[in-house]
Write a protein that binds this ligand. Structure first.
Ligand SMILES: [Fe+2]
Length: 302
């Protein structure tokens, strides 16, 4: 049994048409469904119904993060563990949410709404399941193959990290310690990626960014061209993270939510020893080439 991977990120937007245009034409995601207040999007190499839900709302914000578990039975076990940890759990019936079956929802210690679901609707990749070509011709924009990870903010990073480790079996690949030896940020994995979620010190409930996977540095460079051509505000990069060793660009969608494209990094095995960074090296830890954070780094949506 167990936690499998990130499934989807749900964000609220104040202009659904503008956000949809950006995520389909500049990012190059595919719209799979829309209802009266939501648009559902997936990347070309993702087989499931959606990895991003845009929800119309009065303010830009973070609605929830959804993770896929292996089987429906896992929901009961994780529900029991979350309840034992002292957090209420809400059951969401099949049919209540588009593109997926039954799920459970609860708040993490840092106030993000987290959803677990086993049954995700299969709509298929954009390539053929038989003798596929390795790309999809004619997609607009960056066209990342898949969603990769997200970074959330927490007043008590250590408490949230322990929650993810103890209940779901995430492993901490890297940690940034402050001068007192407390965790100021952590990078956690449940797959073979250097991180599926990261937690950084900040206000509870916040989303710092979510990121798509790209196959290589060449695709990162081409993404920068596409972002610049479309007048998108680039936050940082193209550059490299010291932590995860990944290549990256941070940028903002037209409503101010931070996005990232990411590639590279290492493949941690189950016994991967946690890498520690000290606060005096925070610049190189986050942006290895620049060696410093910019003043916008801690802007987040809740
Ligand atoms: Fe990231």
């Amino acid at each position: 049994m167990g936690m499998q991977r990130l499934a989807h990120v749900d964000v609220t937007v104040t202009d659904l048409d503008l956000a949809t245009a950006y995520y389909t034409e500049v990012i190059g995601m595919l719209e799979t469904e829309r209802d009266e207040n939501s648009v559902y999007l997936k990347c070309w190499d993702e087989p499931n119904h959606h990895s991003l839900r845009l929800i119309y709302g009065p303010r830009v914000g973070f609605d929830l993060m959804s993770f896929k578990v292996d089987r429906d039975d896992d929901l009961e076990e994780f529900e029991r563990r979350v309840l034992n940890y002292g957090f209420p759990v809400r059951r969401v019936s099949k049919g209540e949410r588009v593109g997926q079956g039954e799920s459970i929802q609860f708040e993490t210690p840092s106030g993000q709404v987290m959803e677990l679901v086993a049954d995700l609707e299969m709509v298929g990749r954009a390539t053929s399941p038989v003798n596929p070509v390795p790309f999809v011709e004619g997609l607009p924009g960056i066209a990342p193959p898949r969603l990769d990870h997200l970074l959330v903010t927490a007043e008590e990073v250590g408490d949230s990290t322990k929650f993810f480790e103890d209940i779901f079996g995430f492993r901490t690949t890297e940690q940034l310690l402050d001068g007192q030896g407390h965790q100021a940020a952590t990078w956690l994995t449940v797959t073979d990626s250097p991180h599926d979620i990261a937690i950084v010190s900040g206000k509870n409930g916040g989303l710092h960014h979510f990121a798509w996977w790209l196959d290589d540095w060449d695709h990162v460079r081409r993404s920068a061209d596409i972002l610049a051509y479309n007048g998108i505000q680039i936050d940082v990069g193209p550059t490299r993270h010291g932590i995860t060793r990944g290549n990256t660009i941070y940028f903002f969608d037209p409503l101010g939510t931070r996005n990232e494209v990411f590639t590279g990094g290492y493949r941690p095995d189950p016994e991967f020893p946690t890498i520690t960074w000290t606060e005096d090296q925070i610049g190189r830890a986050i942006f290895y080439y620049e060696g410093e954070l910019n003043t916008r780094f801690m802007t987040v949506h809740t």
